[in-house]
Design a binder for this molecule. Sequence first.
Ligand SMILES: [Zn+2]
Ligand SMILES: [Zn+2]
Length: 377
Amino acid sequence: MSAEIDYYEMLEVERTADDATLKSAYRKLAMKFHPDRNPGCTESEARFKQINEAYDCLKDPQKRAAYDRYGHAAFQQGGAGGGGFGGGEGFSDIGDIFETIFGNAFGGGGGRQQARRGADLRYDMEISLDEAFHGKTAAIEIEVSSPCDPCGGSGATPGTGTRRCNLCGGHGKVRAQQGFFMVERTCPTCHGRGEVIESPCRSCGGEGRVDKPQTVEVQIPPGVDTGTRIRLAGKGEAGPFGSPPGDLYIFIHTRRHKVFERDGTTLLTRVPISFTTAALGGEIEIPGLDGARLAISIPAGIQSGKQLRQRGAGMPVLQGRGRGDLIIEILVETPTRLTARQKELLRELQATETGEECPQSRGFFDRIKDAWSDLTE
Ligand SMILES: [Zn+2]
Ligand SMILES: [Zn+2]
């Protein structure tokens, strides 16, 4: 997780710096950025961590040699347990993902074992907006590698055991000459376990795991959105040779709704009203996503396109309290099929618009006429 800034640059020393120079550079910077000297400053804290990380590596001749040769790659363990879902896709997390990320990054030392756990799995789930509103419990079927039954995940034929690995003598690591340096590697024979299986289990071929269909129950909390991912710890692939399983990630996608559009916790809907209601005002009733009927009061003289906000009638806040707002966009409908009586009434209304009875309307029409004549002159 550490940013890939060059360790020498972090400590502000030359690549050829000797141990004494390294040490004094480290001391100077550590004093400067120490959290006690910069209380509450997260930038200093981050620098302090980087300086320590850099010095931890460079003070050890073997690590420094590996770093000089391979850079940061020298200290990255295959996949580092977290799996391939780290950021980049705009997905936000629910659950204890932070433990995995930071647990590995700052755990130090013991990281090698964790890297051997099973792979994380991704499952894409499409749900309706109603389901996102109410939340739901879903059972999903997945084919996932699980501990092998006959050997209990050990990979050895029942009744047989393991013996110490000859190649590494049980250390799990072998050392090899790389140019001038000795480099330590995971043992290729026992894959770091230090022991090998005498007689591999027939069901799993000695790996300790087999693919099995599984039903997993997932709790979808109210308020999820496209981009939400739910982590089910330990529901991923079984690790090899009985090591811990990976995690299962449910990636949520919500379908479009016929009536409601969604933007975070805000819902938007378009509601047609008659032009008489628009002119005179009134009250209309619309169904909300939760099934309740909402009474909306329309102010007199409302224009088409005007948006009314209904507080607390939107989507629930994910893992929080309350709800967002519902925005109602008004569409004033012009009548198309009129009865003779309605036409008569409208003509009467039309006559008032240009007549003397309505000075306000008259003023309006006069202004429009003036504007038109200015344009055409
Ligand atoms: Zn087996
Ligand atoms: Zn070995």
